[in-house]
Design a binder for this molecule. Structure first.
Ligand SMILES: Cc1ncc(COP(=O)(O)O)c(C=O)c1O
Length: 364
């Protein structure tokens, strides 16, 4: 018996492969696979989430009003130009559904975040991978690849999984070089971790251009990946458009409550950033000392290159046997690399110790 056939193209969408969180037989693995905050969320966010349990029979506030106000206060933005989503993943989907369809192209960089391609295919649009240079977003390549069919361009800045970023000047050159009908999405999921003078999260560029959108998430530095919460900042027209595609109650009440508390707890953000800065530097240097090639990263993760793809696979298996879950990034055209999230001190040390033993062993 044959079942219904999906629309043409839908089955071409690759399944998103999330980072593993469990290892058979190991009770407390070092989970360095999903770029989560190893310190967890703010205690105040946990308390707010728990408090939400008292009101589970009530629908959430569909407009996420308190949350938009909390974000606006913390970031100095206009709440009327914000939209919240069930993770920034959901907002990526809204953007593509709103601005691209069959015959339209969605640009993203070759080693860019997987959901741009998956969501483009889901909307019937054509995803176009733009070449990178030295594992960095290449603005010239974007400008050369853009065609009259291009409707959106996604730039993860910093990019996942490479950890590289492009400067405000480069982002501006991209915006000025693309036609104004192209929606340029600056996905700043890791912005809070970046401490470079020439970096911008994109908010000021949104203010200056009608076709620029900034995406942010609560899944990374805010440590709230489980509740699924993200937000977008754009000019009013774009926000109005996205609101039309939004389910009436797309963000749960518990997520909104946790998000408000997390936004207001700036100390937790600073603690998380400081932890990352210290251990990202330590981890990067430690891997280099082991002889691995490590890409400079400004995020909360780093990729390391092994001799070849087989060695990377064996290293990953060895790490798992030793209780460390790294991320296989072969799906990002990086089969010789593994990605490591910066974990707790003990987890970083565990990963380095295991890699040292691997590199000294015959299994290498
Ligand atoms: C660049 C980038 N954008 C967006 C996301 C998705 O975040 P969220 O959990 O808010 O859907 C991720 C998650 O890994 C990411 O790396």
């Amino acid at each position: 018996m044959t079942g219904p056939t999906p629309k043409p193209g839908v089955l071409d969408a690759p399944l998103y492969v999330p980072g593993e969180h469990k290892l058979d037989g190991i009770t407390e693995p070092a989970i360095l696979s999903a770029n989560e905050n190893p310190l967890g969320p703010s205690d105040k966010a946990i308390a707010a989430y728990r408090e939400g349990a008292e009101h589970l029979h009530r629908y959430p506030d569909g407009g996420s009003n308190a949350l938009r106000r909390a974000i606006a206060d913390a970031e100095g933005l206009d709440p009327e130009r914000l939209i919240c989503g069930a993770g920034s993943d959901e907002l990526i989907t809204f953007l593509i559904r709103a601005y691209a369809g069959v015959g339209d192209e969605v640009l993203y960089s070759k080693h860019g975040f997987a959901m741009y391609r998956i969501s483009a295919i889901g909307a019937g649009a054509t995803p176009v991978a733009v070449p990178e240079s030295s594992l960095r977003t290449d603005v010239d390549a974007f400008l050369e690849t853009a065609s009259p069919q291009t409707k959106l361009a996604f730039i993860a800045n910093p990019n996942n999984p490479t950890g590289s970023y492009i400067s405000e000047a480069e982002v501006t050159r991209l915006i000025e070089g693309l036609p104004p009908h192209v929606v340029i999405v600056l996905d700043s999921a890791y912005a809070e971790y970046v401490s470079r003078n020439d970096y911008t999260d994109g908010a000021a560029l949104v203010d200056a251009h009608p076709n620029v959108v900034m995406l942010r998430t609560f899944s990374k530095i805010y440590g709230l990946a489980a509740v699924r919460l993200g937000w977008a900042y754009a000019q009013k027209d774009i926000i109005d458009t996205l609101n039309r595609l939004r389910g009436p109650f797309n963000v749960t009440a518990a997520a909104q409550a946790a998000g408000v508390a997390a936004m207001q707890d700036r100390d937790h953000v600073v603690r998380s950033r400081d932890h990352n800065e210290k251990w990202l530097t330590w981890f990067t240097e430690a891997l280099k000392e082991l002889g691995l090639t490590v890409e400079p990263s400004v995020g909360n993760f780093v990729i390391a290159k092994f001799a070849d793809s087989e060695t990377a696979k064996r290293a990953n298996a060895f790490l798992e046997q030793n209780g460390v879950i790294a991320r296989d990034v072969s799906g990002y055209h990086l089969p010789e690399h593994l990605r490591f999230t910066i974990g707790l001190e003990s987890e970083c040390r565990m990963a380095v110790d295991a890699l040292r033993r691997f590199l000294q062993s015959d299994e290498r």
